[in-house]
Ligand binder design. Structure first.
Ligand SMILES: [Zn+2]
Length: 97
């Protein structure tokens, strides 16, 4: 009686355990790849850090997105805006003042 139970229970447990392990490993690997591949990277070559935006984020819900170029990270985006501001300020000042 007991031997019969062990003969059934051990393979069943083994199969269940291997299913659980396989599922955990597979799910973990899938999450890892989607996490790294779906993040948009900064387009500035000397920067190249993660922007924090996923690739499927709509363009109108992002900051520092440049049409035709791509996504800037917060740091480069702020630098870019400051640059643009200075350029326009200088142009206005040289035109009127
Ligand atoms: Zn950047």
């Amino acid at each position: 009686m007991e031997l019969w139970l062990i003969k059934i229970a051990v393979p069943v447990l083994f199969v269940l355990l291997s299913f659980i392990l396989y599922d955990a490993v597979f799910r973990n690997r899938k999450e890892k790849t989607t996490k790294t591949n779906d993040k948009e990277m900064c387009i500035i070559p000397r920067c190249g850090r993660e922007t924090g935006y996923r690739k499927d984020t709509p363009v109108n819900k992002r900051n520092h997105y440049v049409r035709g170029a791509g996504q800037l990270c917060d740091k480069c985006g702020n630098e870019f805006l400051l640059d643009e501001y200075r350029k326009r300020k200088n142009a206005l000042e040289s035109a009127f003042g």
